[in-house]
Design a protein around this ligand. Structure first.
Ligand SMILES: N#Cc1ccc(Nc2nc(N)cc(-n3cnc(CCO)c3)n2)cc1
Length: 286
């Protein structure tokens, strides 16, 4: 169920960092279409040689993204297996991971952030309708295809990346490190259900509205585990309507978390203009 790409059709450029048990590089792929050679810029995601046993899960994640297509889901061109290298060939998304972008550019507006949140909610709604759980929703896995430029009145555009290797194979330390994005119930079952993505969405909303700051970043794994054992909540945002939505998504009882439709409805009802004016000037518009 995959397009197999020949290794010799891939060109490797600079390394761009790493994910869990993987590392990523910029590159290009060439293919012949009606006799013409095309070169496409790609992102090459390579499974670390010392985690070869995860190759099925690695490609399982990629195949999830290949079976369905949606404007806010990352496009996976195919895979390439060469000697001991397992490579996923993805579309190269222009501005990279959202968490790094938010940390670097402190000047994104509230309406920009809300726009990104709505796009993620749409991607999750699409997956929910297909009864597909992603399992790794976080700002690091949101890729920014278009920055959006307020003066040119165009908005940002994000793509949700593949979920990567399943946590069942990653080991307990990686799972603990993913607190508070990973839903509490997953710590026991290591099973990903639709409700888990709602919890992660709440955590990702917190990240987006805290300029890419990682929630609970100062806590060590034991403290992170205690955060769940004490049924704690993330520090509330000033914007109470948004803080309420985060609390709804991060309900410890999975069945109490809102549907994607409800999440979208609540995001659409958040008025940005008043909020921005209020927080910019400290006064309410007349
Ligand atoms: N400077 C810079 C820069 C870096 C990267 C991209 N593009 C891109 N395209 C993708 N398909 C995936 C990723 N990507 C980034 N981090 C991860 C691991 C966590 O998911 C995946 N980056 C664009 C610009």
């Amino acid at each position: 169920q995959f397009h197999m790409i020949k290794h010799e059709d891939l060109t490797w450029r600079e390394s761009l960092g790493q994910g869990s048990f993987t590392h990523i590089s910029r590159g290009s792929k060439t293919d012949q279409r009606d006799g013409v050679t095309h070169s496409t810029e790609v992102l090459l995601k390579v499974l670390d040689a010392n985690h070869k046993n995860c190759w099925e899960s690695f490609f399982e994640a990629a195949s999830l993204m290949s079976q369905i297509s949606h404007k806010h889901l990352l496009l996976v061109y195919g895979i390439s297996v060469h000697k001991s290298k397992n490579i996923m060939v993805q579309e190269f998304v222009k501005h990279g991971a959202l968490d790094l972008y938010l940390k670097r550019s402190m000047s994104v507006s509230v309406s920009w952030k809300l726009d990104v949140a709505k796009q993620l909610a749409c991607a999750l709604n699409f997956l929910e309708e297909k009864n597909i759980a992603h399992g790794n929703i976080c700002a690091k896995n949101l890729l920014l295809a278009r920055e959006g430029d307020p003066s040119a009145d165009n908005s940002p555009f994000i793509k949700l990346s593949d979920p990567g290797i399943s946590m069942a194979l990653l080991g307990k330390d990686v799972v603990l490190d993913r607190i508070p994005w990973v839903a509490p119930e997953v710590l026991d079952t290591l099973e990903i259900e639709l409700e888990c993505d709602k919890w992660s969405f709440g955590s990702t909303l917190w990240e987006i509205f805290n300029n890419g700051e990682a929630p609970l970043q100062g806590l060590d794994p034991i403290q992170k585990q205690q955060f769940y054992e004490h049924f704690s909540n993330l520090p509330a945002l000033e914007w109470t309507e948004l803080a309420d939505l985060i609390i709804q998504c991060m309900q410890y009882q999975p069945e109490l978390r809102p549907s994607c439709r409800s999440i979208i409805r609540q995001l659409n009802s958040l008025i940005t203009s008043d909020y921005e004016i209020l927080h910019a000037t400290g006064t309410h518009p007349k």
